[in-house]
Design a protein around this ligand. Structure first.
Ligand SMILES: [Zn+2]
Length: 519
């Protein structure tokens, strides 16, 4: 599933390398991506992509197939292959064909892929975006059709599930919700006018809109962000002019963001543990910080801690049989029940005060305020019973801290994720970026980026970051080579063009020239 989703987008990056086709060599990776126009060479159990700046090595077990112009087909490895080879046949997928047929088949596959890519690329211009609608949504998208279909079906299924659980319907005058999909962060930021680490957003005032981008390095996060934001919209359907308190609004969105849909069985799995959130919580607990229950339930602030303390409490409530129904009742009562005091606030939304919210919680849960300490103890035991989640959770928590610019925490968590054996590219990338700012951190940063380049050898930005880190260590020529490699891989990436190359390398040259001129 992951492979096919990353295929179309990532391939667009790689195909740009064909602008200066230097060879008829073709490489197809197991994840579906093609590279062409880069001379290939076999070296033991690796294939070497001979980019002009720096050669890139990829283990053959990540390669689906390849063709090197003028060279023999891949060496026969099994007895069966050797036998067939003797009678002039080679393997292509599961068939046996002649070497000439094999080449023709690879080229045919490549041509079909190329045509598809050209079409995708044309639609990546916002003005040429795909537009289509489903039962509840109007989509505008620069994603490829396969992802449009996948995500639109996911959102419809999510809508149906939510409707069933909470008995919601769309107010007539709202119409269908507009959803914008962007194929990368740059297009998202440019078109939606957002910046600074935002993953997705829901515009909660008219005209309502859902916006998110596809993160090629972390497609699962794309889905998480989409379900979180979509949940805010669905929650708004409970009442068209009520705004939920921040703590429970974000907590519920995080609870639902972990939902996963199986398109084959058409079944949802709800209530999964948000590993990153759990790590963030345990990290507070390690520092003896506790977010008291009374404080949480009556909170009126927009504290970031609500994303994980709130998530944990909602998870505790909804995943504990004896509380689930009453807590759900409390949630709907906040916006719908009679006899609840709601006051108009900003954007003319109705809100409840912290104390009113607490009162309603106690009423619907059939508890007294004096019961709260016992409930709090039970919650604490529930948290203690949730196991630490290893490198994945640490990595997610670290990336989340990085996004919200809590650098110390990010550094600690990402370091722990790496020490626990994380093989996540983004974890390596972010940790390397943080270490770069440390005195003496550059060598470690370089090590991490070299590892990241093994994990994602065809991701231009990883090479650009490596080049920059090398460059900062005063190995200017070597650093420039890696930046040049990144540009060979992805000549259209504005980040590489502007931030890394022009701003750093070329300006440094200018500075050096000025300095030389002054001396
Ligand atoms: Zn949110």
């Amino acid at each position: 599933m992951r492979g096919t989703t990353s295929l179309a987008l990532a391939a667009t990056l790689l195909l740009t390398a064909t602008a200066t086709a230097r060879a008829g060599d073709i490489l197809q990776l197991r994840d579906g991506r093609f590279v062409e126009g880069v001379p290939l060479e076999i070296d033991g159990d690796h294939i070497v992509l001979k980019y002009e700046s720096v050669p890139v090595r990829i283990p053959l077990d990540r390669v689906e197939d390849y063709s090197i112009e003028g060279a023999e087909p891949p060496e026969a490895k099994t007895d069966e292959e050797r036998e067939k080879r003797a009678s002039g046949l080679v393997r292509f997928n599961r068939r046996w064909v002649t070497a000439k047929q094999r080449l023709a088949l690879i080229k045919k596959k490549r041509d079909a892929h190329r045509a598809e890519m050209e079409d995708l690329r044309a639609h990546q211009e916002w003005r040429n975006r795909y537009r289509f609608s489903t039962k509840h949504f109007e989509f505008e998208s620069t994603l490829p059709p396969s992802l449009n279909e996948k995500y639109s079906k996911l959102l419809e299924a999510y809508f149906a599930k939510f409707k069933k659980v909470w008995k919601t319907k769309v107010p007539k005058e709202w119409g269908k919700l507009k959803v914008c999909f962007y194929h990368d962060r740059d297009t998202f930021e440019r078109t939606a006018g957002v910046s600074g680490g935002v993953q997705a957003y829901y515009r909660f005032v008219e005209p309502r809109e859902l916006n998110f981008f596809y993160d090629v390095l972390a497609p699962d996060d794309t889905i998480g962000a989409m379900l979180h934001e979509a949940n805010h919209y669905l929650t708004d359907l409970l009442s068209d002019d009520f705004q939920y308190p921040h703590w429970i609004n974000e907590a519920m969105a995080e609870y639902w963001a972990s939902a996963r849909w199986d398109p084959d069985t058409k079944k949802w799995q709800i209530g999964g543990v948000q590993e990153g959130r759990l790590v963030e919580l345990k990290s507070d607990l390690d520092k003896q910080e506790w977010y008291g229950l009374r404080y949480l339930l009556s909170n009126e602030s927009n504290n970031y801690k609500h994303y994980y303390w709130g998530w944990s409490f909602v998870h505790f409530m909804l995943e504990t049989k004896k509380y689930e129904k009453r807590f759900r009742d409390f949630f709907t009562a906040l916006s719908r029940a009679k006899g609840v005091e709601r006051k108009r606030g900003s954007n003319n939304f109705k809100r409840v005060s912290g104390e009113e919210s607490l009162r309603l919680f106690l009423q619907r849960m059939k508890l007294k305020e004096s019961d709260l300490p016992a409930l709090e103890d039970e919650w604490r035991a529930y948290i203690d019973g949730q196991k630490s989640t290893g490198p994945r959770g640490l990595g997610k928590a670290g990336i989340s801290a990085f996004r919200s610019n809590r650098r110390l925490r990010a550094k600690r968590l990402l370091g722990e994720a790496i020490a626990a054996g994380s093989d996540d590219v983004v974890v390596h990338l972010r940790y390397a970026q943080l270490l770069r700012a440390d005195p003496g951190g550059l060598a470690e940063s370089e090590k991490l980026l070299r590892r990241a380049s093994e994990l994602a050898p065809l991701t231009a930005r990883v090479w650009a970051e490596l080049g920059y880190t090398i460059y900062l260590q005063k190995r200017v020529e070597e650093g420039k080579k890696y930046v040049a490699l990144a540009r060979e891989m992805d000549p259209d990436d504005p980040y590489l063009l502007i931030e890394i190359h022009d701003a750093l390398v070329e300006h440094a040259e200018e500075r050096a020239k000025k300095k030389a001129g002054g001396e």
